[in-house]
Design a protein around this ligand. Structure first.
Ligand SMILES: CC(C)(COP(=O)(O)OP(=O)(O)OC[C@H]1O[C@@H](n2cnc3c(N)ncnc32)[C@H](O)[C@@H]1OP(=O)(O)O)[C@@H](O)C(=O)NCCC(=O)NCCSC(=O)C[C@H](O)C(=O)O
Ligand SMILES: [Mg+2]
Length: 291
């Protein structure tokens, strides 16, 4: 079974920003996304791609998961980005503007054809109307290890742009689609990361958005600024109350009198073995994050 790797805080770092790249070793985020796409101006795309090898050589002892977001494979730079990223053997390659399962399968074929180790996973941005209409079929790939699909990342800026909905502070018009993403990710057995919050100076609003995203079932949040890391790490960790509750469920089912029982009463509540499985998963997550 794959060891659980927390993805509470996943920070985008523009490959064109040497200042930002210089911070990689000192950041407390669970993962970083070296961005070749929207954070990098067209004039800088090729130079940014050519920096990848040096970036990864400089972080041979990876403090956290290192992901590369390439440009859309259908565009001018994507195909060469994919080969350059694969040669660095990152923990994952994030595909933007994914519309259908075919987009992921074709990228996976290129990685296989170039003998890229299985350890290099594929992540998918969910940020187009077509991706949302096809999200069930895309998520299904997560059940097939050969697809390498390992994580979804919400792209709320592109979704707002492509759909014309009003972006409000409470994200009320995005929430239905965000919940659909969580549902699909669960069906596919993969992680689901919330989109970014552009207002990187308002950390109160950001902490509230993280709390909402955690309540919605997201595994973590994609970030644009180091100041957002601490609030994300705090929000996407099981609360002390939840850990205590999970421990009491586990202890109750461990009692000899409950051995073999499918359902028990605990503190006035019905508790079934599905709740035990839920509790064990939460305790494993809390332990992994604690360590
Ligand atoms: C938004 C920014 C341009 C703001 O940068 P800046 O004005 O430099 O902010 P600060 O002065 O507060 O920066 C303080 C120091 O922190 C460093 N910094 C800033 N951002 C990062 C970062 N992401 N990673 C590492 N370090 C960072 C600055 O260099 C300063 O360092 P120093 O001067 O030495 O103290 C900037 O935050 C930024 O570029 N953020 C990333 C933007 C990005 O990657 N965008 C693409 C992903 S978002 C997206 O596309 C989502 C999705 O596709 C969708 O559709 O929604
Ligand atoms: Mg986007």
């Amino acid at each position: 079974m794959e060891t659980y790797r927390p993805r509470r805080s996943v920070l985008y770092i523009p490959a064109s920003s040497d200042k930002a790249l210089a911070k990689i070793a000192q950041l407390a985020c669970d993962a970083i996304i070296i961005d070749l796409e929207d954070a990098v101006a067209p004039a800088d795309k090729i130079a940014a791609r050519e920096k990848l090898a040096g970036i990864f050589a400089g972080h041979s002892e990876r403090r956290c998961e290192m992901i590369v977001r390439i440009n859309a494979i259908s565009g001018e730079w994507g195909a060469d980005d994919l080969l350059a990223a694969a040669s660095c053997e990152p923990d994952g390659i994030l595909l933007p503007k994914v519309d259908t399962p075919r987009d992921l399968l074709e990228a996976g074929d290129v990685l296989d054809d170039n003998f890229t180790p299985d350890s290099v996973k594929l992540w998918a941005m969910i940020e187009t109307p077509k991706a949302l209409l096809n999200i069930g079929a895309i998520a299904e790939l997560g059940r097939d290890p050969a697809s390498r699909l390992n994580c979804f990342v919400a792209g709320t800026n592109d979704l707002v742009k492509e759909t014309g909905i009003l972006a409000t502070p409470d994200r009320r018009y995005l929430v239905p689609w965000l919940m659909q993403m969580v549902l699909a990710a669960r069906a596919g057995g993969i992680d689901m990361l919330d989109g970014v919050s552009n207002d990187f100076r308002d950390l109160d609003a950001f902490a509230h958005e993280c709390a909402e995203a955690a309540a919605m079932g997201f595994d973590g949040k994609s970030l644009i600024h180091p100041a957002q890391i601490e609030a994300a790490n705090r929000a996407f960790v099981p609360s002390t109350e939840a850990v205590a509750e999970a421990r009491s469920v586990k202890e109750a089912f461990a009692l000899a009198e409950n051995a073999g029982k499918g359902v028990i009463a605990l503190n006035g509540r019905m508790v079934e073995r599905l709740h035990l499985a839920q509790a064990e998963k939460l305790l494993a997550k809390a332990a992994a994050i604690g360590s």
